[in-house]
Write a protein of this length. Structure first.
Length: 169
């Protein structure tokens, strides 16, 4: 894992901060990143397209296991349409394993919903003490016992996966 990636508070001015009340799980990781001239959507696309192979392998295992419980197969983290430019994506469009729900130059929020939970992921451009960085925030709202059981296993794994993906930004 890249030592420059660190867990942090959710940026107070980010749009996804509105989704924190009532969340079952949330976290945020940041890394220094010169984001001048790059949209948050492009940063999302570049970062998730570089997902480590071992994370995609874990997604494959996840997809096989959750299928036994009638949950969605999300595919792999790298499943982005490389022919679709970042500025072409609009809310409602599928972007990899998630659907885009909010888009500005400074932040994108993507989500996936299933019968057990709703998950939202934000990629936001931030500046602190004059230094640019990006923050990746995940917020999960569970719907039932299956969602809580799912998060029992996925929550700890997420604490390893999210920084590993962000390290590739």
């Amino acid at each position: 894992m890249n030592p420059k990636v660190e867990e942090t508070a959710i940026p107070a001015k980010s749009k996804i901060a509105e989704d924190i009340p009532g969340a079952y799980f949330y976290d945020c990781y940041q890394t220094p990143f010169d984001h001048a001239g790059i949209s948050a959507m492009q940063i999302y696309m570049n970062t998730f397209a570089r997902t480590p192979a071992w994370v995609n392998a874990l997604m494959g295992v996840r997809n096989r296991v959750v299928g036994l419980f009638g949950l969605k197969n999300l595919g792999g983290m790298k499943a982005l349409n490389k022919n679709n430019p970042a500025d072409a994506y609009k809310p409602g469009d599928r972007a990899g394993i998630f659907s885009l729900v909010y888009k500005s130059d400074e932040e994108v929020i993507l989500c996936d919903s299933d019968k057990h939970l709703d998950v939202k992921v934000s990629v936001s451009k931030q500046t602190r003490d004059g230094l640019p960085y990006i923050a990746v925030t995940t917020v999960v709202h569970v719907h039932n016992t299956l969602g809580r059981v799912y998060m029992f296993f996925v929550g700890p794994a997420h604490k390893v996966i999210a920084p590993a993906v962000l390290a590739r930004a």
